[in-house]
Design a protein around this ligand. Structure first.
Ligand SMILES: [Zn+2]
Length: 358
């Protein structure tokens, strides 16, 4: 387990060879576009001086979900190959097509996260999925894929994992997002593919499409660093014993608008609610005939719509049922405060000495 202190061997990727303790940016051609030019998968490979595991961190698999791009940029600035044991592959904008057009999808209208494993001769989405599998997933022993809520929605930073895997729970606890949700694997998703290959994967959901927000970026950056510390790749505290324990859930419910109109929200993501608590009112254009929306269960609000103009049936709140609800609010508050405090621009009392060692 302490073998990582050994000097690393060179890391071979896409026909290039990285010496230990070096960084290389790669642009791997995916497929020819209308213009005749080829779009490329942008990767930064940080190959540590010491031997260790290989981990990827990816953003914008859905092209408009760009919080992962901000987190990857922070990691790129912080991770020092001289102090790293193992290899980190950063992929800031996996679906570069959707990233350019501010769209979740690819130009062929497919969803990349339903297109794995893909194939070299498949659709555009299939070719991109295959390229990512061949050069990234198949080279790594752990992956962290970062998503956000859809446009006009916000997700409380949360980790989603397949249920029934104690090692994934351990990694998710090390990551330290306020909530861990055990959710089923979808066919064609990166997570389902990774599971079928025996590669552990964490999926982070945080924030809103086409926006950066500081809480999501802070929690994501700290979380990845804590996981890297937990598996011995960087010399830092994994925080497992110093930060609050995340709330865990394996069931969640959506609450939908009972009528069309204009909503006034009184609850937001991160709030603890009890059955029957008022979440929002929805009324007409003058505020007339307002109807109340109440929580159908006790839990934590893990996502909410940010646009007050709604149609009947729009999903406005996502509420997770958690164990030990009475402590969940304190936990979320303490985790959020500890993570914010650990950031270089936050108050003193660092969560981990990441700026010194990585
Ligand atoms: Zn997504």
């Amino acid at each position: 387990m302490d073998a990582p202190q050994q000097e690393a061997a060179p890391f071979e990727i896409a026909g290039e060879s990285l010496a230990p303790g070096t960084v290389r940016d790669l642009a791997i051609p995916v497929s020819q576009q209308v213009s005749g030019f080829s779009a490329s998968l942008a990767l930064r490979v940080i190959h540590g001086a010491k031997a260790g595991p290989a981990v990827f961190v990816s953003g914008a698999v859905h092209g408009d979900e760009i919080v992962g791009t901000a987190i990857v940029q922070r990691l790129a600035a912080r991770l020092d190959p001289a102090a790293l044991a193992g290899t980190v592959i950063l992929a800031p904008a996996v679906n570069i097509y959707g990233f350019l057009s501010h769209s979740r999808y690819l130009p062929d209208r497919r969803d990349l996260n339903r297109s794995f494993p893909g194939s070299r001769k498949g659709s555009l989405a299939g070719q991109l999925a295959y390229t990512f599998l061949e050069h990234v997933i198949s080279r790594c022993t752990l992956g962290i894929d970062i998503h956000t809520a859809a446009i006009h929605r916000y997700n409380l930073p949360q980790i989603r994992i397949a249920s029934g895997d104690p090692y994934l729970v351990e990694l998710a606890m090390a990551f330290g997002a306020p909530v861990i949700i055990e959710s089923p694997l979808r066919d064609g998703s990166m997570r389902a593919l990774a599971a079928s290959r025996g590669t552990p994967m964490l999926l982070m959901e945080a924030g809103e499409a086409l926006r950066f927000d500081r809480l999501s970026t802070d929690i994501g950056t700290s979380g990845v660093c804590r996981v890297l510390a937990h598996i011995g790749m960087i010399d830092a505290d994994d925080g497992l014993h110093t930060v609050g324990i995340p709330a865990r859930a394996n069931k969640s419910s959506w609450v939908r608008a009972p009528r069309g109109g204009v909503t006034h929200r009184v609850r937001k993501s991160g709030d603890v609610v009890h059955k029957g608590d008022l979440l929002a009112t929805v009324g007409g254009l003058f505020g007339e005939d307002a109807m109340e929306m109440v929580s159908p269960i006790a839990g934590i609000v893990i996502g909410h719509a940010t646009l007050p103009v709604v149609n009947q049936g729009d999903a406005l709140f996502h509420i997770a049922e958690v164990e030990q609800l009475e402590h969940a609010g304190e936990r979320i508050g303490s985790i959020t405060e500890a993570i914010i405090a650990s950031q270089p621009h936050g108050p003193a009392q660092p969560l981990m000495d990441e700026d010194e060692v990585i």
